[in-house]
Design a protein around this ligand. Sequence first.
Ligand code: GRF
Length: 187
Amino acid sequence: MVKKNTCIFISGYGSNLKSLIKRSREYNFPAKIKLVVSNNSKANGIFYAKKNSIPYLLINTKKRNFDFEILKSLKKYKISLICLAGYMKIIPKRLIRNFKKPIINIHPSLLPKFKGLNTYERVLKNKEIQTGCTVHHVSEKLDDGKIILKKRFFIQKSDNIKILKNKTQNLERIGFSEAIINLFRYN
Ligand code: GRF
């Protein structure tokens, strides 16, 4: 199997990055992590990149044309899939248009419900019966592209923000790699 060269965008802890690195070592997993991009030089996820000898690029999203810098690296590492794993910035339209290959994102709610930030608070406030995570294609609208997969669980009375986050993130670690497998199943 020819694995797709994959780039993971992060901003923070990097638990999704960690699990994707682990899965990508399996001989039949369709993606190989070739590059990590972070907008945050203090992101814990960079530690996982370093530990696994994966090149990483630190970007400053306040800089003009920072997206060209990213595109240059994507080209250098022949990237054919971008995974946004806790990347907390909007992807510039110009990057989406120029990359032309799949960009996928993981979001901690059952989209189209609860787009944007503070999902756990809003899920509880809205007295939802269930929640979970969604992996979807990135389009030019926030948290709005075609859905690849959702993973869900029922909310218990005793669940608070911390517990919901924990349960959701446990599902994310399974869901993200499953979505990548689904994406390339027939390619
Ligand atoms: C995840 O819950 C993801 O859904 C959200 O940000 C979180 C990132 O977690 N967009 P991590 O950095 O992968 O640990």
